[in-house]
Design a protein around this ligand. Sequence first.
Ligand SMILES: C[S@@+](CC[C@H](N)C(=O)[O-])C[C@H]1O[C@@H](n2cnc3c(N)ncnc32)[C@H](O)[C@@H]1O
Length: 197
Amino acid sequence: MSDFASRDPRDPAFWDERFARGFTPWDRGAVPADLQRFAATEAPLRTLIPGCGTAWELDYLCALGWEVDAIDFAPEAVAQARARHPRWAVRLHEADFFAWQPAAPLELIYERAFLCAMPRARWPEVVARWAALLPPGGQLAGFFFFDAAPKGPPFGADPAVLQALLQPHFRLEEDGPVADSIPVFAGKERWQRWRRR
Ligand SMILES: C[S@@+](CC[C@H](N)C(=O)[O-])C[C@H]1O[C@@H](n2cnc3c(N)ncnc32)[C@H](O)[C@@H]1O
């Protein structure tokens, strides 16, 4: 599919069009094993899922008793997520990550295919927002995509660049390979857990 009208991933219309046409190669279609393993070791955490897409993780975490807010700025993504998780529709918000404010302090931000959806020039802003949203001790955990291809999305990270961006605000506590990646991320994503300083 090369005839999309929108070419700028900073624009909600870019994502909206792709969700509306069912072109979502990033969609895991299930809850990743590393998140399930992590959730099994933690007491319920007040969690934000930025750029949630169809939000497979929402239902899973809410069923465990976690208080989760999932946000996406593409109306079609939110509509599809609400249709998929009618029970948790009130936890899904059409909102821009850079403007959304939590009602109560967060304990976890879950990352999957959100940072890599952003042009690299926007990453310092994303990291600054993560840092502003999480109090000391809060966690940033999920899947980070590493790749050098200049074009995206997905925009991959250089490990040293990601480290340099995150280290002023976060301490890396866990870093491992991912066994159940979907093809678009296979061999290039790692499960990482960072702790807000
Ligand atoms: C590659 S998709 C990943 C969706 C989901 N996290 C997943 O793993 O399937 C990126 C998502 O981020 C959303 N997004 C991009 N920029 C955003 C922003 N500034 N605020 C909220 N959502 C955003 C897009 O609409 C899209 O649904």
